[in-house]
Design a protein around this ligand. Structure first.
Ligand SMILES: [Zn+2]
Length: 231
């Protein structure tokens, strides 16, 4: 069984956009125009090798959320912070849309969640906070396939519990990762989209602490619709 993991680069190197743009200065103007009009504008997408398309209802299995290592409530350290799950659900809902099936009937594409906190962790699809393989990264998502097929079997998102997370709607501090932005990216992998090396799409890598990417760009939407169908 193949198992892939994708995560933000978390790199402190110079922006790949800058490096790439500099290289392109020496290239022809058409290439530069392509960069400006596609990658930087967020028009690109890249599909993973597998997806949920085979299911009658995309993501038929609900996601479980495990709060055990998640940020605590600022007013009561004994409790998980409910805003964390709210923010994760908001990110998941940003991928939601209504699409037509082969019979032109509308169906809703969306992620669903179990209501209990970590009822049988680790279940099929789950979201949790914990230690990552690469401690410099804010999150990792794994999405194994059914052996020998392009069928995504499950999706598991783990946020780095050692990072400082920004959970509310206002501006993240320069030291904080914006949970909504990172969760939106990780759910993009669950949708079936791969990382983009540069640009400002949700699926572009390189989000830094203090930065936000809270809305799907045209490429993110085009990638999702390419797999599951147009609205
Ligand atoms: Zn990624």
């Amino acid at each position: 069984m193949l198992r892939q993991i994708r995560s933000f680069s978390g790199s402190t190197k110079a922006s790949p956009n800058v490096a790439r743009a500099l290289r392109l200065v020496a290239a022809n103007a058409a290439a530069l125009a392509l960069l400006a009009s596609s990658a930087l504008a967020g028009d690109n997408y890249k599909l993973l090798d597998w997806n949920w398309k085979f299911q009658k209802y995309p993501m038929a299995s609900s996601f479980e959320y495990c709060s055990i290592n998640a940020p605590r409530d600022p007013t009561d350290a004994a409790k998980p912070w409910s805003k964390v799950l709210d923010t994760i659900r908001t990110a998941a809902d940003k991928w939601r849309y209504s699409k037509k099936d082969a019979k032109k009937e509308s169906t809703i594409f969306q992620f669903r969640f179990t209501s209990e906190d970590c009822p049988q962790c680790p279940g099929l699809n789950y979201i949790e906070f914990g230690t990552l393989n690469d401690p410099k990264k804010p999150a990792e998502t794994s999405y194994p396939n059914v052996s020998g097929t392009a069928k995504m079997k499950k999706c598991a998102v783990r946020f780095n519990s050692a990072m400082s997370w920004h959970v509310t709607n206002d501006e993240p501090k320069p030291t904080e990762y914006d949970l909504l932005s990172v969760a939106l990216h990780e759910f993009g992998h669950c949708v079936g989209l791969d990382d983009l090396p540069d640009g400002f799409a949700v699926m572009s890598v390189g989000l830094k602490p203090g930065e936000k990417r809270r809305d799907l760009q045209s490429g993110d939407i085009a990638g999702r619709n390419k797999i599951y169908g147009d609205p």
